[in-house]
Design a binder for this molecule. Sequence first.
Ligand SMILES: CC(C)(COP(=O)(O)OP(=O)(O)OC[C@H]1O[C@@H](n2cnc3c(N)ncnc32)[C@H](O)[C@@H]1OP(=O)(O)O)[C@@H](O)C(=O)NCCC(=O)NCCS
Length: 214
Amino acid sequence: MPLFLKQTINATTDLLVWKITEDVATLFKNTPLRDVHLARFEKMLSDTHRCGFLSVRHLLKAAGYSDLNLFYDENGKPHLSDGKHISISHSFGFSTIIISAENVGVDIEMQREKIIRIADKFIGSEAAFLSAENQSLYIKNLSVIWGAKEALFKMCNSRSLSFKQDMHIQPFNLDETVGNAYINCHMTDFSKKFYFHFKEIDNYTLVYALEKES
Ligand SMILES: CC(C)(COP(=O)(O)OP(=O)(O)OC[C@H]1O[C@@H](n2cnc3c(N)ncnc32)[C@H](O)[C@@H]1OP(=O)(O)O)[C@@H](O)C(=O)NCCC(=O)NCCS
């Protein structure tokens, strides 16, 4: 299935999701790639990664862009040639992009038990409101927190940010699909509030983050 979702978030922000059901050859057909991106694509080890990468180019097309409008900085953060902000994520069967005049971040993750094993690496202040009593809800809550922190990381593009110590997700309700977070970086004096929204798509959690409330 091609374009799964195209949602206007606010006057200058669009969210697009691709459900990846095509194979590499189908996604590759008629997809222009800059030489540098083709070289990267050819080095990818798995078809899952290749499909994720190519499906993002189809999302760009659906948003009125192409791979020729996309470039990456030295940290791997994507940028658009017209100066708009873009954030990208792919995970197995889905990929997503968010494009905005404002700084934005997006993440999509498959909900997996594995996240419980790595929770200690990224859960800090959130331990105060998290409950592990119901495993299924615990995985959903951890997936939202992980996705929100990945989205914030992509917005800030700073290697000095610790997911555990510097990023704080405020208590949220799975039914409300919104939340807020703040960053207090212990290595710099950077401090800022962010807003995030999340949605479940099949067994995936998608989170996007904004600097303004909506
Ligand atoms: C870069 C990072 C955010 C990517 O996240 P991921 O879950 O592995 O993969 P996703 O599919 O969600 O995102 C990948 C996309 O992020 C984007 N990206 C890469 N580096 C980025 C950066 N520095 N800033 C913003 N976006 C970035 C790219 O567009 C990339 O996709 P593409 O290269 O195919 O275009 C992640 O690997 C990372 O480095 N996280 C921070 C490190 C950390 O502290 N991790 C966990 C601590 S417990």
